[in-house]
Design a protein around this ligand. Structure first.
Ligand SMILES: Cc1ncc(COP(=O)(O)O)c(C=O)c1O
Length: 364
């Protein structure tokens, strides 16, 4: 039974945080670990902050078994600044300044728009099919893809074999939702606001031999080499977001790590897909089963385009029942349920029960 007033946030990010983490933040807000000041006012050069940021880095390393030859850095600017930082760092690896982008949704398309400013883009149109059918350019400086398309709810359940090309991955919305073999990548980047914390900090994991190069036009703040060389404090880091991320990483560790998150994600997403698939066309998930995201589940109601009146009624009723942020992305419409790490099985059971009930009421 829910506590009275218990609200579930199914938003695509910034997303739900673990309740225990929020309580910890509340407890420590005025006085961080007995030092008498808030983390919000603490210098990023102080020993307490350095201890905290090192702890967050070590947790990322431990939870993803990051090999020693990779740097883990925390930066500002979000995914959108990585869309520029990546080409600035890597597009000149080969003289042709040509790169391959696998475009499977809105975010990879946006990344292309930024990369275009720095070189030639080969867009590998793909429906997440077999990479052997992709038209990769052997002279590309790197291959770029987005592991989970937040807006359209499509997720790679494999790491593409790009034949030893430099591989860059936007892992924004499924980072630490499962174990990942980091050694297969050259660069991984992710915001914290989906699975590991709040908005404001972006985690970049980069193989150290990719630090050597950057275009001359690159700015210091976007250069991994500069940030890594200054322990993520070349400029003032997003201190509070890093603190929150540390708490969430600790929570992930205490709850079984990345492997446990993966198990839970499978159970949670299956609960919702089972309902859409058995609703005889009432709930329609537009994504092929093999490409479905375990993080973000989009569906229409009533017909393929979504019956506006039904969608509105669904959202209004869900809101009355304390389930928030189920509206699909503005470019897609319909409904979207985001089931990141902090969303519990009980939260999803509540949504599933509501979906079944809404369907039954419709059939009466
Ligand atoms: C997969 C993905 N990549 C990149 C971004 C862009 O992140 P930001 O809003 O921090 O620029 C988002 C944002 O939600 C995203 O979901």
């Amino acid at each position: 039974m829910d506590a009275p007033g218990y609200v579930v946030n199914f938003g695509p990010g910034p997303a739900k945080l673990p309740h225990s983490g929020l309580l910890e933040i509340q407890k420590e807000l005025l006085d961080y670990k007995g030092i008498g000041i808030s983390i919000l006012e603490m210098s990023h050069r102080s020993s307490n902050f350095i201890k905290m940021i090192n702890n967050a880095e070590n947790l990322v390393r431990e939870l993803l078994a990051v090999p020693d030859n990779y740097e883990v850095i925390f930066v500002q600017g979000g995914g959108s600044s990585q869309f520029s930082a990546v080409p600035l760092k890597l597009i000149g690896l080969k003289a042709g300044k040509s790169v391959d982008y696998v475009v499977t949704g809105a975010w990879s398309a946006k990344a292309v728009e930024e990369a275009k400013k720095f070189g030639t883009i080969n867009i590998v149109h793909s429906k997440l099919g077999n990479p052997s059918t992709w038209s990769l350019n052997p002279d590309a400086s790197y291959v770029y893809y987005c592991a989970n398309g937040t807006v359209h709810g499509v997720e790679f359940d494999f790491i593409p074999d790009v034949k030893r090309a430099v591989l860059v991955c936007d892992m924004f919305s499924n980072f630490l939702s499962k174990p990942v073999d980091v050694s297969k990548f050259d660069v991984i980047f992710s915001g914290a606001q989906k699975n590991v914390g709040s908005a404001g900090v972006t985690v970049v994991i980069v193989r150290d031999d990719q630090l050597r190069f950057a275009l001359r036009e690159s700015t210091s703040v976007l250069e991994c080499k500069v940030q890594a060389g200054n322990s993520s404090s070349y400029n003032t880091p997003p201190c509070f977001s890093i603190y929150i991320m540390g708490l969430v990483l600790e929570w992930i560790k205490n709850n079984g790590g990345a492997a446990a998150m993966e198990k839970l994600s499978s159970i949670k997403s299956q609960m919702i897909y089972e309902i859409t698939d058995n609703s005889h066309g009432f709930y329609i998930c537009p994504v092929e089963p093999q490409n479905r995201s375990k993080m973000n589940i989009p569906f229409c109601i009533g017909n393929v385009k979504g019956d506006d009146a039904l969608v509105k009624r669904f959202l209004d009723k869900a809101f009355e029942l304390n389930m928030l942020s189920l509206k699909g992305h503005r470019s897609v419409g319909g409904i979207q349920a985001s089931l990141y790490n902090s969303v519990t099985i009980e939260d999803v059971q509540k949504l599933a029960a509501f979906m079944k009930n809404f369907l039954e009421m419709r059939q009466l």
